[in-house]
Design a protein around this ligand. Sequence first.
Ligand code: SF4
Length: 349
Amino acid sequence: MTRTVKAGTLSIGGGNPISVQSMTNTDTADFDATLRQVGALFDAGCDLVRLAVRDTADIAVCKKLVKASRGPLSADIQFDYRLAVAAADAGFSKVRFNPGNVGGEAGVREIAAACKANGTAVRVGVNSGSIERDMLDKYGYSDRALAESALKGARLLEKAGFTDTVLSAKASSVKLTVDTYRYLRGVCDYPLHLGVTESGAYASGLLKSAVGLGALLLDGIGDTLRVSLSGDPVREIGAGRAILRAAGVDTAYCEVISCPTCARCRFDLNALAEEIERRTAHIKRPLKVAVMGCAVNGPGEAKHADLGVCGGGEGQAVLFVRGEVVKRIDPKDAARELMALIETYDERM
Ligand code: SF4
């Protein structure tokens, strides 16, 4: 079990639900645009939003953003420890920095003092492009070098009496990312922020993140995550939630399973499955609904589902509950009939 780190109202690690994060891509100094995007991210289910804080002008705007935001904000700092200190003083819930580029031990000591005074959490964030020189010399370009760079930062904070630290050590290589986090999990109890960095545009980025984060989540590794995708960050939230669901970490939703269809399927199964998925998106408890093309793999195959529909030849289909047929219907009424069954079933639970 990892230790718990509090970032404002959000608890990270220690068995708390795995949180989903993202980062704004507006100009931070543009208060209205940034606040709008922060709001859109929280609307989409984001748990913590990170902002790039580049200079003192950003800090001035961030003081207002922190007050106006309805959820916890994290400041992303590069190169200047004084900005991290100012971000903690400005009321950010968390500060993310790379100890290797904020002035070494002296800078880290200043950040630790400011974060301690303000109750601000820290993320030590190291990427494969910013591995510490001494770690590269010692271990070469490797998972060990990446992990030890992050640990080195955590130890500097410990030396300054600060332990409210979350670690990340991301690479654009899925394998390097997975190996690094597995190593970290074995040697420390700091909460781990998962991510595959610079993963790419939507489709390829989603795939790389799903493989990398999925492998770690299935190992029980990870306390918070960000799916890095180029473009609108709001899409990162749906992607993060979908990965948590696919990995079986989040089960409080209606899962719609459907067969791939073949010549035996005599109705538009894909349209039906998509409609049911859309119309059950509000359900926040475990429910499994099967949409199957025919009796070959119908109620039998899907009997581990709570309920479902199965095609039964031209103009015929059946509804079933836990593998038992409960009604014969016309496939053209399938969406209405299945939704009525789901609503009745949902009310009984
Ligand atoms: S359930 Fe039936 S329709 Fe669907 S893929 Fe299997 S055999 Fe084909």
